[in-house]
Design a protein around this ligand. Structure first.
Ligand SMILES: Cc1ncc(COP(=O)(O)O)c(C=O)c1O
Length: 359
């Protein structure tokens, strides 16, 4: 059976990373090993931020592992899933030699991380088959084979196209890629979808990686907390190459509070409300003059094609509504991505696009 570290950069094998002051097992009552201030700032209201935080806050890690149904050793807490993407590309791609494969149109940070690492970027574009976005797994496999692709990023539910991969599709892709490349399933929006998380099949595939985040369904984008879920040896390796103290203590505390009842229940309610609003907005947009197509979405956004995209964008801006112009992405020259807001915010979208709309 292959190992999660088969594709690790050879020069990183055995690399233990920075031995920070919080990494050892030392215990004591007088802490003079990290050049910290012995006394807190006047602005510090009891959080003891004069001390460096734990590199991996143990309680938060255990809580997130419980939430995602994995063992704590299979989870790395990261500064959002953006950091997970970056760490994976840096760990697995030799600059100028190894490749990252993406399925555009997709989230832009995979390509950015590849560019920063000087990794090759290979593309297996999604196909829009009459309103259904589809990935062609056999072409994807062909692209991986023989091209030194080390990391395949797939987003499910996908941003900005909205479709999701079933567990069966993920299983068969993971099987086909075994021994060839890491398969990374970015599940930033999975809470808004009916599909099951790929975390449930991690143990079956050593080269499968799942990215999760508290930025979307848990409403903590400003706290920057995400997670990489993967085989323990891969998690340990990513921990070794990450920053010495990546998780700010106030963010960790906030995340822990957000994962306790009743905040968790409130998040569930918010997600349900978002799903209801998504359906309502999709129906309403579909009959707006000038809207060419509204795609089905399993995320907290809708991808919309317009007859006159610049005019639609301008109308929204004039009404003070800022949406995402995705027209530079391949095949989306006429499209905007609209996040699902509150009922009032969604109504503002409809009114801006369709001034006769009376709500
Ligand atoms: C698909 C996808 N992955 C990851 C991210 C980054 O999320 P985070 O805030 O956890 O870094 C986003 C942000 O929009 C996203 O759309």
């Amino acid at each position: 059976m292959s190992s999660a570290l088969d594709f690790l950069r050879p020069d990183l094998r055995g690399f233990a990373g920075y031995s920070s002051a919080r990494r050892g097992n030392a215990s004591g009552t007088v802490w003079l090993n990290a050049n910290e201030s012995p006394l807190p700032s006047l602005a510090d209201e009891g959080q003891r931020l004069n001390r460096y935080p734990e590199p991996q806050p143990a309680i938060l890690r255990a809580r997130m592992a419980e939430l995602y149904g994995v063992h704590p050793g299979q989870l790395l807490v990261t500064r959002g899933s953006d950091e997970g993407i970056d760490l994976l590309v840096r760990a697995f791609c030799r600059a100028g030699r190894d490749g990252v494969l993406i399925a555009p149109p997709c989230f832009g940070m995979y390509a950015v991380a590849a560019r920063i690492q000087n990794a090759l970027l290979l593309e297996q574009p999604l196909r829009d088959e009459d309103g259904q976005w589809r990935l062609d797994p056999s072409s994807l496999l062909k692209t991986v084979v023989g091209r030194d692709v080390r990391v395949v990023f797939l987003c499910s539910p996908a941003n900005p196209t909205g479709q999701a991969l079933s567990l069966e599709q993920i299983r068969s892709l993971a099987q086909a890629l075994e021994g060839r490349a890491l398969l990374v399933i970015d599940e930033a929006y999975v809470e808004f979808s009916a599909i099951a998380s790929a975390a449930g099949v991690l143990a079956e595939f050593p080269q499968l990686v799942v990215l999760r985040t508290l930025s979307k369904a848990h409403a903590l984008a400003g706290a920057r907390i995400g997670a990489v879920l993967a085989a323990p040896e891969l998690i340990a390796m990513l921990g070794n190459i990450s920053a010495p103290y990546p998780i700010a203590a106030p963010s960790a505390a906030l995340a822990l509070a957000a994962l306790a009842q009743p905040a968790l229940e409130r998040s569930r309610q918010r997600v349900l409300a978002t799903i209801r609003e998504r359906s309502a907005l999709k129906l309403a947009l579909a009959v707006v003059t000038g809207v060419r197509r509204v795609y089905g979405s399993e995320g907290n956004f809708l991808l919309v094609r317009f007859d006159d995209r610049p005019m639609a964008y301008q109308r929204l801006l004039t009404a003070g509504v800022v949406v995402r112009d995705v027209s530079a992405m391949p095949g989306l020259g006429d499209a905007l991505r609209i996040s699902i807001g509150t009922p009032e915010e969604n109504l503002a979208v409809l009114k801006a696009l369709h001034p006769e709309h009376i709500g």
